[in-house]
Design a protein around this ligand. Structure first.
Ligand SMILES: CCCCCCCC(=O)SCCNC(=O)CCNC(=O)[C@H](O)C(C)(C)COP(=O)(O)OP(=O)(O)OC[C@H]1O[C@@H](n2cnc3c(N)ncnc32)[C@H](O)[C@@H]1OP(=O)(O)O
Length: 166
């Protein structure tokens, strides 16, 4: 079967560490939906350096965590990370695009079990990640004054609003 057309997904918000276009320290992830997966191509650069020439594990972890946050658009529910495990299978060189693909593996009540894979241009999978997200309601963000902002993320920015085909 032919691959589904990719659909552009909106950033969580402009200042998001993972995907916010206005965050100068951000990873600036550009994310698309491909069927039941979400996909981003990231090229770690010297700002993300761990060992010389290689990406820092924390930067890889942040990219996976934020990409998991895009699966929520598919689930159409707000959830937050409870656990995140990254399997660093091989060093990730700076300056080479890596494709990270994430999806919902299964759901059990409030528990969303998510999985991701990061693969280089040579076809080598250099990291995988698994996360448990727990669904929350908007009140979760209320003590921090962000409840309406998060609500807007999931109402005003429906993925199909920005549909385009690459
Ligand atoms: C808005 C989208 C932005 C996306 C950005 C990218 C993602 C992020 O960075 S999110 C930010 C980082 N994460 C956070 O700040 C979360 C901080 N943690 C919390 O606020 C709370 O722990 C929270 C809300 C996750 C859960 O608290 P609470 O609602 O009290 O849940 P709790 O009762 O402990 O657990 C709920 C259920 O999950 C189960 N559970 C909890 N932990 C685990 C675990 N590790 N494994 C399996 N089950 C678990 C519990 O047993 C419980 O099950 P049941 O309902 O059957 O009793």
């Amino acid at each position: 079967m032919a691959d589904p057309m990719p659909i552009s997904l909106p950033p969580h918000h402009p200042q998001c560490l993972g995907c916010g276009p206005d965050n100068p320290a951000g990873l600036h992830l550009d994310v698309h939906r491909h069927g039941d997966t979400v996909v981003t191509d990231i090229t770690f650069d010297p700002r993300h350096r761990g060992a010389p020439g290689l990406a820092h594990g924390g930067a890889i972890s942040a990219a996976c965590d934020d990409l998991f946050g895009f699966v929520l658009y598919l689930v159409e529910e707000v959830a937050v990370t409870r656990t995140l495990t990254v399997n660093y299978l091989a060093p990730v060189p700076l300056g080479q695009p890596h494709r990270i693909t994430a999806r919902l593996q299964h759901r059990h009540g409030r528990r969303l079990h998510l999985e991701a894979t990061g693969t280089g241009p040579d076809g080598l999978t250099r990291f995988t990640a698994e996360a448990l997200f727990l669904t929350v309601d908007h009140n979760h963000f209320a003590p921090h004054g962000a409840d309406t902002e998060v609500q807007a993320m999931f109402t005003h920015h429906q993925p199909h609003d920005r549909e385009h085909h690459n």
